[in-house]
Design a protein around this ligand. Structure first.
Ligand code: BGC
Length: 329
């Protein structure tokens, strides 16, 4: 063989070897990418898709519920879509529930704000979508369980606390979140039952705040002007206490003249308690409600038996208790 022919064969063989090595290298690289992608796909699409619908997205109380649910999402194979109207709006909230049913999600966790939610909850369960109520129950619906405060008991607790703190002597005004919402009705009912028959206690007025601090202030202001004999105010939703304090401050009523009890240990309310503007708070567990609602839904999907209701703790917090509270959620 000629020298040039030998050289050409050698070059060809070397080229062949190089292309085999390169082809092998890229094929393993692509295989690796594919494996990575497959892994990612599994991670990006969890086994279950739940929708949690609350009353108001832009609200500290509901933010805690959402945070609880999202924390559960970290620990379980589930995606929780957290939804709600920007501002409290029962019709919009009901629409979100309807959309969740039409989207055929794996589970719905919803605050059953009014009677109008009952047929929708029933429609969901009839379509095979399990429903859990949260914060506000609809016991006559086909929901599978409820997680949240025992709202009647919480109202009773507020009444008993007011009785104790005022030595059974008070002219009371009530600011309630809404006359239409089941949980606020129960919080008023429980309160009224707790003070029933108490000769020194009289409720002279009740107004609704539409759960906003602005309306709570407006209504408390009007109430205090109309009934200057009022010595105690009771607020049933999370921002009522703030509105009540603003009203009494603008009317220059001193903290000593007016006893106040309100709902929820949100940071702003705790500040009012620390400053002695509010005398007692009814604490709920919104974070725990969110977290446990997801766990309960997973139990339902795993065909485990669940109870009819799961009441989260409700506690009375006064200024002197603050030092002992480390968990404000
Ligand atoms: C209630 C929530 C409500 C919030 C409004 C809380 O006390 O449990 O249902 O949305 O107050 O301020």
């Amino acid at each position: 063989m000629k020298k040039t022919t030998i050289f050409m064969y050698t070059v060809l063989i070397v080229l062949l070897v190089i292309s085999i090595v390169v082809a092998f290298y890229y094929s393993t690289l692509i295989k690796g990418y594919n494996q990575q992608l497959e892994g990612k796909e599994e991670k990006e699409f969890p086994a279950y898709h739940f929708v949690l619908i609350g009353e108001e997205m832009d609200h500290d109380y509901w933010r805690l519920v959402g945070e609880g649910a999202k924390a559960a999402e970290e620990n379980y194979d589930v995606y929780v879509e957290y939804k709600g109207p920007k501002r409290s709006n029962p019709e919009e909230q009901a629409k979100l529930l309807d959309v969740a049913i039409k989207s055929k999600v794996d589970g719905i966790i919803v605050q059953a704000l009014t009677e109008e939610f009952i047929p929708l909850i029933n429609k969901a369960t009839e379509n095979g979508i399990p429903v859990i109520t949260i914060d506000t129950d609809a016991p006559s619906s086909k929901r599978l369980t409820y997680i949240g405060t025992d709202n009647y008991k919480a109202g009773q607790l507020a009444g008993q606390t007011l009785l104790k703190d005022t030595n059974g002597q008070a002219i009371v005004g009530i600011i309630t979140g809404s006359f239409r919402n089941a949980h606020h009705e129960l919080r008023v009912e429980g309160f009224m039952d707790a003070i029933e028959g108490e000769e020194g206690i009289e409720v002279v007025s009740i107004e609704e705040s539409t759960i906003t601090r602005v309306v709570a202030e407006e209504k408390a202001h009007k109430m205090l002007l109309e009934y200057p004999q009022i010595t105690a105010l009771y607020g049933t939703s999370a921002l009522d206490g703030i509105g009540m304090v603003q009203a009494s401050e603008s009317l220059q009523i001193s903290d000593e003249e007016l006893y106040m009890i309100a709902f929820d240990t949100l940071p702003e309310n705790i500040e009012l308690l620390e400053d002695g503007k509010v005398d007692a708070l009814v604490g709920q567990k919104p974070y725990e409600m969110g977290y446990r609602s997801v766990e309960l839904m997973l139990s339902i999907l795993a065909k485990e038996q669940v109870d009819d209701v799961y009441y989260t703790d409700t506690t009375i917090v006064r200024n002197e208790d603050l030092k002992r509270i480390s968990d404000r959620k």
